[in-house]
Ligand binder design. Structure first.
Ligand code: CUA
Length: 337
């Protein structure tokens, strides 16, 4: 390749690399993102967001100041030290000692103030117990006696007290738009909280590496107005819906006569396993596989037949079913709203 062609190619790649990096940056900053820290949707996340922006603007201002000083040093390197307004030593003491002390101590005090404001509110919060599993989330509302998985519904404008622990290894709960992170430690319970300003869907993640499917350990927070929340609670306290059609009936027979019952619970039936997610109201969930796929028939079929192909290493074994049995089973599961 000729020398100029090589340089042209190199320049083209550089431009392409910069454009990609710029696009990624812009995507990361988009306020409408489902889980952007820069798009807070609750009081705790807003305080953390404010702190982030103050640090960003302060850091940017200091960075610009240093650039200007470096430029002026380069341009005036011939000049005599006495020509500087403050003199060399005074400038080093001011810029290298006094200013960093003021900035860092100021930020430390402000950060401590913000962290005290992030304490769990004393008000009458809704309590939700959270258990992390490899790789899914178990949620229990102790006062309402409701069990669910990978999706919690919360009332808008009311603090939700999360009591978190783990059944196996250390996980970390993080809903970027609602608050910071809290570790789920086996044998210990940490207390945390979230609160939302407005109805919506907020994505949560596991933020601590917990095994090969760590990245596929997500959940959803569904924030609804107080009256809808009361209705939701009412619906969730009922046992599973009875099958209506013949296909749903057959699906229930398939479920109850297979290994499903040893790992999953469906209230009002003989399925009372605790190894996997509770399926009592499975049909109303938005996702399957701990938040990784939309809950639709195609994904559900793939998951039941061989979830190991979707999420290798999870505890659910492949199921060997006849096509009619699979369709009946899916019809039954979808009816569990
Ligand atoms: Cu659980 Cu990472």
């Amino acid at each position: 390749m000729c020398g100029s062609c090589g340089r042209a190619l190199e320049a083209a790649w550089t431009v392409r690399g910069l454009a990609t990096a710029g696009m990624l940056l812009l995507t990361g900053c988009s306020g409408s993102g489902l889980q952007s820290v820069l798009s807070p949707a609750g009081p705790a996340a807003r305080r953390i967001g404010d702190l982030w922006w103050i640090m960003f603007y302060l850091g940017a201002a200091i960075f610009l100041l240093v650039l200007v000083l470096m430029l002026s040093a380069v341009l005036r390197r011939e000049a005599d030290e006495t020509s500087y307004p403050l003199g060399g030593t005074a400038f080093v003491v001011l810029g290298g000692v006094i200013m960093p002390i003021i900035v860092l101590v100021g930020l430390l005090v402000y950060t401590l103030m913000v962290s005290t404001e992030l304490d769990v509110p004393d008000t009458d919060a809704l309590t939700v117990e959270v258990v992390g599993h490899q790789w899914w989330w178990e949620f229990h509302y102790p006062e309402q006696d409701i069990e669910t998985a990978n999706e919690i519904t919360v009332p808008v404008g009311q603090p939700v007290r999360l009591e978190v622990t783990s059944a196996d290894v250390i996980h970390s709960l993080w809903v970027p738009r609602l608050n910071g992170k809290i570790d789920l430690i086996p044998g210990d319970t940490n207390v945390f909280w979230i609160e939302t300003d407005e109805p919506g869907l907020y994505r949560g993640e596991c933020a601590e590496f917990c095994g090969i499917q760590h990245a596929k350990m997500q959940f959803r927070v569904v924030a609804v107005p107080a009256d809808s929340f009361a209705a939701w609670i009412e619906g969730r306290r009922k046992p599973a819906a009875e099958p209506i059609t013949a296909q749903q009936q057959k699906g229930r027979e398939v479920f109850m006569s297979s290994a499903c019952v040893y790992c999953h619970n469906i209230d009002g039936t003989r399925a009372s396993g605790e190894m996997g997610p509770d399926l009592t109201h499975f049909g109303s969930r938005r996702t399957i596989g701990a938040g990784i796929l939309p809950n639709n028939r195609g994904n559900l079929g793939g998951w039941i037949v061989n979830s190991q192909a979707i999420k290798p290493g999870n505890l659910m074994p492949p199921m060997h079913l006849e096509p009619q049995e699979l369709h009946a089973l899916m019809a039954y599961l979808e009816s569990l709203e």
